[in-house]
Design a protein around this ligand. Sequence first.
Ligand code: NAP
Ligand code: GDD
Length: 396
Amino acid sequence: MPQKTALITGVTGQDGAYLSEYLLKKGYIVHGIKRRSSMFNTDRIDHIYQDPHVEHRNFMLHYGDMTDSMNITRIVQEVQPDEIYNLAAMSHVKVSFDTPEYTANADGVGTLRLLEAVRLLGLTEKTRIYQASTSELYGMVQQVPQNEQTPFYPRSPYAVAKLYAYWITVNYREAYGLHASNGILFNHESPIRGETFVTRKITRALSKIALGMQDQLFLGNLSSRRDWGHAKDYIKAMHLMLQQEKPDDYVIATGVTTTIRDFIKMAAAEIGLEITFEGVGVEEKGFLTAINETKFAETVGEQYLPGIKSRLTSLSPSLPHSLSPSQIVGVDPSYFRPTEVELLIGDPSKAMNQLGWKREYDLKDLVEDMMQSDIKLMKKDAWLREGGYRTLNYFE
Ligand code: NAP
Ligand code: GDD
């Protein structure tokens, strides 16, 4: 079989990095579009990066931006891809309320630019397209669980932009016969998930708390529920969609939903900490109520035990809970969204039956993977600090 060429927009993101690695292993030539940034921003693809001076490279980066039609068209022309994976997006729902016009441009019209480039360049027969659609389209859910037939009700500028991208993909498929498919992916996470998404924010913060590098974690809505899977499983579904004879749209999900509160408890339990929540709304707080010392020593390290135990033992019955050093989690309303998506739970039956897609990770595996990775990452900082070196705080 001739070697296939893939073009990935959003190559520096979580999914772009995993997908690049996966396609390279399958023997693809992979081209990625990377935005110009004042820093390198290649951390996630560092391990697959190939020096431009190396002969016969199979992983190449191009500067580009979804808001620049000519740039997108030129890259598609140069690469002549067999498959395009459109993963680039301003992907943070809360931030989209602050940058609605940019989000519409990059996430909505950006998709049109890509589709139109393929059409204008006469590549409709050759090039297959994957569009990164999202469970955020369901927003105020009209049906539980959500499947390919569930009506959309977007609840953020991000979701509205993605709604346009979804329908323009369907339209180009119907109007011009493009092999273009929407993957309606529910939340998927990993050790390389962006640090400001809730799961990674939690696993990073709990790791720092365990190592004595942070006191508390402030979050927004603790009661919303998400259907979380592992990004490593989800990028395989993207590839499968483009290997089908006919293009179509598929839900990719686990079928299990969990509150943010329970995710915190699961992540803490992974390192032997028990967190108990008290109060409601903005007054809700999470306290450290027990430590499994053996588990903590195994997963974090014996030398960090005295520090975490001091947070627990200093809980005095005479002290109001709000002043207690055992408080680990608090609510900060600035993280609330003007309109929230309270519940997502997907039904992936169609993808399982038609694509043969199945996941390898469940939520417990995902949490374990993320916690182990962040403990390791934060330990590096702890050791650097102990050695007198400066480490960064990474403000949100
Ligand atoms: P991510 O980590 O935020 O990555 C987004 C990528 O898009 C980054 O490489 C980013 O570049 C790039 N990008 C942003 N704006 C761009 C622009 N104007 N031009 C070119 N590139 C741009 O997102 P992800 O989690 O990997 O998600 C991949 C895609 O799936 C996104 O479209 C997202 O909306 C969608 N999605 C994600 C999930 C999920 O749970 N992860 C679920 C459903 C759908 P920088 O590195 O320079 O910022
Ligand atoms: N980010 C964040 N930060 N979310 C918080 C916080 C916080 O401090 N506290 C509570 N949450 C809640 C949010 O209000 C939301 O209900 C939930 O945690 C998940 O938020 P995110 O992790 O930011 O993800 P998302 O569901 O809004 O969006 C992600 O998944 C979509 C698929 O459903 C992104 O990856 C989107 O790009 C993707 O389309």
